[in-house]
Design a protein around this ligand. Structure first.
Ligand code: NAD
Ligand code: UDP
Length: 343
């Protein structure tokens, strides 16, 4: 671990910022992960000061290595399950801290639940003390295995309380309740995004989600592992579109605590996704059918009317277009890890 990585220092404060009106101090919990590290870059590019807090459970230092020397960026190794404080001003808090891939969040389900609930509470308390606005990265998983399609925000979901996915789904549902109640009882300024499947550069090749699995398997000439019949559906959003949605929601002055779906309504079966990846990667090794994991949702597609109305937001990048930089990113990651192995 490099000298730029510090354990969390409760006395930490960024140097005094005379130009604070123009420059925001933004805390990104989970900032070393896939979405978080892309967000840190975007915030720095627009002139914000960024405090990244992450326990590196699924995040990687390589995602933020290039940001470490930047004067406006600080990284702290900290588990948000433990309370923490920051000396000085904080304007915005993004809560992206939680493993998002099913095999990863199922590895330690109790810690996943603690991260979702106690972590959210710790960030809400921090926001309350600082007068900061806090955005929760909730998920389409709050709809469980939905029996309506597309899913709008009024749909209350079909979720198993006792299954392999429950630690994540129910943790995220409980966190939404906390966000709602901290807003109503303590006036905390909250935003809630329900994120649908998102992909793009800086995903961990070992992450275990379908896009990373299929692309990495195809690049290695191994068969893509299609679970079940492959006829279940997902809607995939490119990360740049997701960041536009999250950042617009954060700055929305009229959105309050209402949950907002963010995702790309284009819906694909896993068989269709596999065929798309095969077309893009000629050296692919075909596909193999494997057991379907328990409680795997059969369909998922966002109704984004609310995001469109409130934020004037809709995704711009189709799956076919977004897969191009994603394949190129994974290809470079594999080359790097091959070079590392050979060294
Ligand atoms: P990710 O696993 O790449 O990133 C999560 C980050 O949070 C990692 O850096 C991890 O180390 C960190 N983290 C986990 N537990 C922590 C803890 N207790 N304390 C501090 N840091 C912790 O996942 P992602 O895809 O970037 O997802 C980011 C957020 O968006 C998650 O909250 C996830 O639930 C939500 N989300 C993502 C998707 C998606 O498709 N990517 C869909 C719905 C919701
Ligand atoms: N999936 C698959 N092969 C894989 C990984 C996942 O067929 O190697 C399927 C999985 O069963 C699910 C869909 O792809 O139906 C999306 O899975 P992912 O883990 O990406 O996210 P989820 O939406 O299930 O949380």
């Amino acid at each position: 671990m490099g000298s730029n990585v510090k354990r969390f220092d409760p006395q930490f404060s960024l140097a005094s910022n005379e130009n604070r009106a123009a420059q925001k101090v933004v805390l990104v919990a989970g900032g070393a992960g896939f979405i978080g590290s892309n967000l840190c870059r975007r915030l720095l590019a627009q002139g914000d000061r960024v405090i990244c807090v992450d326990n590196l459970e699924t995040g990687r230092l390589s995602n933020i290595g290039a940001l470490m020397p930047e004067p406006e960026f600080r990284f702290f190794l900290h588990d948000i399950v433990e309370p923490f404080s920051i000396k000085g001003h904080v304007d915005r808090i993004y809560n992206l801290a939680c493993p998002a891939s099913p095999p990863k969040y199922q590895k330690d389900p109790i810690h996943t639940f603690q991260t979702s609930v106690m972590g959210a509470l710790n960030l809400l308390e921090l926001a309350s003390r600082k007068g900061a606005r806090v955005l929760q990265s909730s998920t389409s998983e709050v709809y469980g295995d939905p029996d309506v399609s597309p899913q709008n925000e009024e749909y209350r979901g079909l979720v198993n309380t006792m299954g392999p996915r429950s630690c994540y789904d129910e943790g995220k549902r409980a966190a939404e309740t906390l966000f709602h109640d901290m807003h109503v009882t303590r006036g905390v300024d909250v935003r809630v995004a329900r994120i649908f499947n998102t992909y793009g550069p800086r995903m961990d090749p070992e992450d275990g989600r379908v896009i990373s699995n299929f692309i990495v398997q195809a690049l290695k000439g191994e068969p893509m592992t299609i679970y079940g019949t492959g006829e279940q559906t997902r809607s995939f959003c490119y990360v740049d579109d997701m960041l536009d949605g999250l950042m617009t929601l954060m700055e929305c002055e009229t959105c309050g605590a209402v949950p907002v779906n963010l995702g790309n309504p284009g819906e694909f079966t896993m068989n269709e996704l596999s065929r798309l990846v095969q077309k893009m990667i000629p050296e692919h090794g075909g596909a193999v059918y494997c057991d379907l994991p328990k409680d795997d949702p059969r369909q998922r597609r966002p109704d984004i009317t609310r995001a469109n109305t409130l934020l004037n937001w809709e995704p711009k990048v189709s799956l076919r277009v977004g897969l191009v930089p994603t394949v190129s990113y994974f290809s470079k990651e594999l080359e790097l890890s091959q070079a590392h192995t050979n060294a």
